[in-house]
Design a protein around this ligand. Sequence first.
Ligand SMILES: Cc1cc2nc3c(=O)[nH]c(=O)nc-3n(C[C@H](O)[C@H](O)[C@H](O)COP(=O)(O)OP(=O)(O)OC[C@H]3O[C@@H](n4cnc5c(N)ncnc54)[C@H](O)[C@@H]3O)c2cc1C
Length: 671
Amino acid sequence: MIGRVHARGSKRSETRAPTNSRQFGGETPTKKACFCRPIIPFVPALELTDTYRRVHLSRRFLGEGKRMATSTAVPKIRIAGGSFLVESRRTEEVFTPEDFTEQHQLIGQTAEEFALNEIVPNAEKIEHKDFSVTRDLLKKAGELGLSSVEIPEAYGGLEMDKVTAAVIADHIAKYAGFATTWGGHTGIGTLPLVYFGTAEQKKKYLPRLAAGEIVGAYALSESTSGSDAMNIRARAELSKDGKHYILNGEKMWITNAGFADLFTVFAKVDGEKFTAFLVEKNFPGFSVGAEEHKMGIRGSSTCPIILNDCKVPADNLLGEIGKGHLIAFNILNIGRFKLGAMCVGGGRMSLGNAIAYAKQRKAFGKVIADFGLVREKIANMAVLLYVGESLVYRTVALMDAALSEVDKAATDAARQTLKAIEEYAVECSIIKVWGSEMIDYIVDETLQIYAGYGFVEEYPAERAYRDARINRIFEGTNEINRLIITGFLLKRAMSGQLPLMPAIKKLMEEVLSGPSAGEEIEGALSEERKLVAQAKKLGLFAAGAATEKYMLAIQDQQEIMGAIADITIETYAMETAVLRAQKIAESVSSSDRGEAAAALPIAMTRVYLSQAMEKVESAARKVISAVAEGDMLRTQLAILRRLAKYEPFNTIELRRQIAQKMIERGKYTLA
Ligand SMILES: Cc1cc2nc3c(=O)[nH]c(=O)nc-3n(C[C@H](O)[C@H](O)[C@H](O)COP(=O)(O)OP(=O)(O)OC[C@H]3O[C@@H](n4cnc5c(N)ncnc54)[C@H](O)[C@@H]3O)c2cc1C
């Protein structure tokens, strides 16, 4: 289907005069446009395909009320969060996009077609804040079942796995202005209720949220506390008759606030106990301030809210008094992997645009797609998308495996759910940081390929560049998430939950006993797996040196915490890339044929490993140089060099091969 989209787009471009179809195509060319402007790629309106029609008509993916077996391909092996640093994984333990079931693919296709047919053609209206269009689209998404996969069936949802939720987030993210709205509604706007609501609360709100009839929002931040979320000033007092909580305060930057109906609002009961409340927009004393004038995602609504003696029925208290932080932070964990999935989807769209433009724009008598430095950018973008997809789906499947063990009938089901989500806090933060920095790279390089035309509003690169920037800020800034990554790992290590300290001790003994031949690794991608093992050792080595010097006071050494986070992020990304390529190679019976079948993912993996290894080495060097001096520093740097040594890949040639494939196909592909 998508192949047809591109085929049609390119055919049209050959036969027509250059058009200026602006950001999202399909619009009438302007006069100015005919003035020798390059054709910009655009997404033609699609006809309803069989898939789309079938799904649309059935209103649900399931047909006769049957549950979909979407989780069958997800390995059910429980793997401890953060354990990737100290253990190696087998390919059968990881989930990759190649493991998607037919149903995952069907849903992905539905989300994609919905985005291309319904969202993208309306982008200009949404960008100018015609929120009636947004609300209609949220309803349509609800009708298609795209907004309810995480809602229990009993409350009008489809109750499917998190892989499905990620597949939708990935494929719906074609226009960030709407994707942010949809993400805010289905994620942080709805999930607090799914996980922490009482049966009555769920019955009252969830079916309408699932259908997109009402819209959800999440109000945690305040003008004086964003990252420092526990420091909110909003207060809640129980009324004398015990029937209401009276909320006072303000909230800032609330996504969907301009048109949302139900807000999860955090306030401190009696000024002390951090608590969540379900607040309807019509409750007395609740009002919404003016829209913020934003740099990007202008199609989304972002407003402050004001709580002025706001009367909230006591029944609308969500979860337990004083336990609101459990809601706030665990919901953000889920928000983070979804943000990563959306960054992958947005990045794919951007790369498609970059390739299409590069194939048409001429300079020095050639199309710019023929230039090595343009090809290098295309290859780099594709490599990042490959790693991004791999990271998102590996992690989400881990969460699914943990959530599948929750006894939903148990009285402590909510606590079990929380534990399962929290288990992968490190991985979710990695996806958030990595994904948001990945998309910033992609939109930046896309803009560079468009060059002058990238800098003007009529072309898609400019908006994508602005839209992407927020991802490093919300759902916890990347600084805060880096601190979470290292802080969480160290906390687990100190409590003995994660055998990090024994692994560091073993490594120290190994490196101090002098050079060794190292671990023997055999089979497919053995060199690449060796490199991952080396990166892990570098991470352990740096963490060991830092913890030895600072012990628990390492928490105050933010730059070191940040560098250890960077090593951790890259190590997870490297291993994930290798495991996916290895799994593809192993899926073909003969190992020679396997590696040939996996040539593209292997090439991408090698390029990624090369750049990641440089980052790992540099971050480890930064840590060592900060914690050691004199002879000790020299010894440690010698060890570092030994651990970082490897025979480099010919990344120029690999990037050429990758770019060639992407340009031929006109989009990101592994085929
Ligand atoms: C478009 C948009 C939509 C949003 N949507 C929502 C929403 O729906 N609901 C909601 O509740 N909030 C929302 N937010 C708020 C968002 O979550 C916050 O902006 C974010 O958490 C950062 O808080 P802040 O802006 O107050 O920055 P600050 O916390 O003031 O941080 C400023 C800088 O200092 C750094 N910093 C802060 N603390 C530390 C530390 N301890 N160590 C090191 N560095 C630190 C930060 O990383 C950042 O670089 C939204 C914001 C925007 C812009």
